[in-house]
Design a protein around this ligand. Structure first.
Ligand SMILES: O=C(O)CCC(=O)C(=O)O
Length: 275
């Protein structure tokens, strides 16, 4: 466990850049377990939704508010996720789980995500404090440029929230402000190996391009919020329920269901709450 507690240098780098990559956050056996569920589970498929990007390509995800005791839930609730998220977020009230999503970028057909800030979506849920919100992406397969890895504008979280409108079925940041940000700050392709993690701030501007390769790009993203950051327009209620953590080794050692047993899935009709 200790090896996954972020150092002061890592914490400082997160605050400076708006993101932090932690290599080898999960080991091979842990990734294998997540991969089996991601690729072979009916529950994942039954709750998957497709969102059109600007070009009509579909990007697929399964999103749930209540984590279960399957491998995904145990990861979301693990000390390494919750303690580190808590270390990076502002405030000191308990860490809660807003939602998690399994991102499924299929070979050749997986669509893009437009430039956005997560808080561009979450602002509409009327959370007031973006510094008390964070996302943690864990790569289940390798993510690289050909298969549409995440791209970020380093330091852009310091701009605060910028305007967002609709882009296909997604929310997209004002192109003018994105262009200015790209002129000013570094554009980084976040290439990850399976098992690497990316912690990122809710105001970090990011996107991903379509998967033009022969290889799927799968990842799970868990989003956390502080209990005191009460949203005034968020029906799931999950984001202010303090999480009970489990030890890191629970993912491998607990007798957990071999399928996704999360609940309260996002349905596409409920587009107000997308993401
Ligand atoms: O996984 C991706 O490609 C993009 C995900 C993303 O932009 C998000 O979850 O905010």
């Amino acid at each position: 466990m200790e090896k996954h507690l972020l150092t002061e240098e890592e914490t400082e780098a997160y605050h400076r850049h708006g993101y932090l990559i932690v290599r080898g956050f999960l080991n091979e056996a842990e990734v294998d377990k997540l991969y089996q569920i991601a690729t072979g589970d009916d529950t994942v498929n039954a709750h998957a939704i497709d969102l059109n990007d600007n070009t009509g390509k579909k990007t697929r995800l399964t999103l749930w508010y209540k984590p279960g005791n399957d491998a995904y839930g145990l990861l979301t609730k693990s000390e390494r996720m919750v303690k580190n998220a808590g270390k990076l977020m502002d405030g000191n009230s308990p860490v809660c789980h807003f939602h998690s999503k399994l991102m499924q970028k299929e070979p050749k057909v997986g669509g893009a995500w437009e430039w956005h800030q997560d808080y561009g979506y979450w602002y509409k849920n009327e959370f007031l404090f973006p510094d008390q919100m964070i996302s943690v992406m864990v790569a289940i397969t390798e993510a690289n440029r050909p298969n549409g890895c995440l791209q970020v504008i380093r330091g852009s979280h310091k701009m605060g929230r910028i305007e967002h409108g609709f882009a296909g079925e997604q929310v997209g940041a004002s192109q003018h402000h994105v262009d200015l940000a790209l002129k000013t700050m570094e554009h980084v392709y976040v290439e990850l190996k399976a098992g690497d993690a990316l912690f990122f701030h809710s105001n970090l501007i990011h996107r991903s391009e379509a998967n033009t390769s022969e290889h799927a790009r799968w990842s799970v993203i868990s989003c956390y919020n502080r209990a005191a950051n009460v949203p005034y327009n968020e029906p799931s209620g999950s984001s202010t329920l303090p999480l009970e953590t489990v030890p890191d080794d629970a993912l491998l050692t607990w007798d957990a269901p071999e399928h996704l047993d999360a609940s309260n899935f996002l349905k596409k009709e409920n587009d107000q709450a997308l993401k």
